[in-house]
Design a protein. Structure first.
Length: 174
């Protein structure tokens, strides 16, 4: 019985949420990222370049967007935030590779301790890591302190997300 209730709830929420589609010319779902998306530092020597991203299908009521990039495989107990960019204006529906924060948006600290994109840098011989690039359509602009934690930012984004689209890209260092 509980399963039926859960299935009905998910179906209702999915119908309400709409379909937000995320696409990229640089990364693909289930495929390995290029060295360009590897961090530069911590023993990594990549380009530390964010991939090109574009999205479409925002539901009615979208006021802004947020992009979150998370590696749940990082050996921290809570994963690793690689990018958190919130309050992207609603008329912005793409970012070029190596993007800087669009005017009006708010870049948050990543787990490297800096604002903006921080590329993949899993420990050597740690296996494949899964990097979830997710765009969220937000019902309101978020009011976050400049140095909000990744957890607080993630909470606020999820609390005000009307719909989301994800590409899960892979990376490993041998």
């Amino acid at each position: 019985m509980r399963y039926l209730f859960l299935a009905a709830t998910l179906a209702a929420n999915s119908a309400f949420a709409g379909t937000l589609t995320l696409a990229s010319t640089d990364i693909a779902h289930g495929k390995f990222m290029a060295k360009a998306q590897e961090f530069q530092g911590f023993g990594c020597t990549g380009g530390n370049r964010s991939p090109q991203l574009s999205w479409s299908g925002a539901p009615e009521g979208t006021v802004a967007y947020a992009i979150l990039v998370h590696d749940a495989d990082a050996p921290t107990g809570s994963g690793w935030w690689h990018w958190q960019l919130v309050n992207i204006p609603k008329d912005v529906t793409s970012l070029p590779a190596g993007a800087v924060a669009p005017a009006g948006s708010q870049p948050m600290n990543n787990d490297y301790g800096s604002k903006g994109f921080g590329g993949a840098c899993p420990p050597p011989q740690h296996g494949v890591h899964h990097y979830r690039f997710t765009v969220h359509a937000l019902s309101k602009k978020l009011e976050l302190p400049e140095n909000a934690s990744g957890a607080l930012t993630g909470y606020m984004v999820n609390a005000h997300s009307l719909a989301s689209g994800t590409i899960e890209a892979l990376y490993r260092r041998d």
